[in-house]
Design a binder for this molecule. Structure first.
Ligand code: F3S
Length: 284
């Protein structure tokens, strides 16, 4: 059995940038609080805990004088509330997320309603909706789209980590609906470039692999999207740690592909690769 890693896997540009900033601030200032988990990965968060990093769910829970905003970003209302309490902000919002926030803000200023193709419960989407100044909604469901009455001026964005092909399908449905209404529609492509590249690399590997292992947090949106992408193409399993590998999966498989979510640490990927090699007595 051969094992091949996708050329682009694990920590994305935005996560690497956020972690480097957080570690620098934690070393400089000692104990530090982050508003929400910096990344949706239990192993990474446990390591950060060791550096004195504490996660708070709400700004009312902040006890220190500095708070770190995660790569997912927040809405302007949250930033204002932090400043009003005299707390210093270290903002690690990913530039690709900022791009989506700015697009929502521009749309709101132009009097457009912002429709986001994304998970309404995800912190990134909540933040972007904040920039839409209360004139927006998010959904991943075409059925939801059918149910709502679209205003005449509509802007459409995507959560940065969505699969581009799915966004295009959703956008087509919005176009169909808007055209009937004689509406003005603005579509802004806000899918992250880094994610787009790694999804393409993962798909290319899945097409030749007998089995794909996607390594990442069970609650990580971009990890689950990699699974969605691979599953129609080949047998696919999502594992968060090496302990979740099932030896039966690999019986009779000639090529196993490995990919990982944008918040998966390199150590976790190496551990899974090592266990896989041991399982099959393969050289690393
Ligand atoms: Fe940023 Fe894309 Fe990563 S939006 S946080 S580089 S997945």
């Amino acid at each position: 059995m051969k094992v091949e890693r996708a050329p682009d896997l694990g920590f994305c540009f935005g996560v690497k940038r956020a972690l480097a900033t957080l570690e620098e601030v934690a070393r400089e200032k000692g104990g530090i609080e982050t508003l929400g988990a910096l990344v949706h990965n239990q192993q990474v968060m446990s390591r950060l805990e060791g550096l004195g990093v504490r996660v708070v769910k709400d700004i009312t829970e902040v006890t220190g004088n500095t708070v770190v905003i995660s790569s997912h970003g927040v809405g302007p209302q949250v930033l204002d509330a932090i400043k009003a309490r005299g707390i210093e902000v270290v903002d690690t919002t990913c530039p690709f997320v900022q791009r989506a926030q700015k697009a929502a803000h521009r749309l709101a200023e132009a009097g457009f309603f912002t429709l986001i193709y994304g998970d309404v419960n995800h912190p990134e989407v909540k933040g972007i909706l904040g920039w839409a100044e209360g004139r927006g909604m998010a959904t991943l469901s075409l059925a939801d789209l059918d149910r709502i009455e679209l205003p005449r001026h509509v802007g459409l964005l995507s959560q940065t980590t969505q699969v581009p092909a799915s966004f295009i399908k959703f956008a087509q449905a919005v176009i169909d609906k808007a055209l009937v209404k004689d509406a003005e529609l603005r579509i802004v492509d806000t899918v992250c470039h880094d994610i787009r590249r790694r999804q393409a690399a993962t798909l290319a590997l899945a097409e030749k692999a007998d089995l794909m292992l996607v390594i990442g947090g069970h609650h990580s949106a971009n990890t689950r999207h990699l699974v969605e992408l691979c599953r129609p193409v080949t047998e696919t399993h999502l594992v968060e740690t090496a302990g979740e590998l099932n030896p039966d999966w690999f019986e009779g498989k000639a090529l196993v592909g490995i990919t990982a979510g944008a918040s998966t640490a390199p150590q976790t990927i190496d551990e899974v690769a090592r266990s896989l090699a041991e399982l099959n007595q393969l050289p690393l």
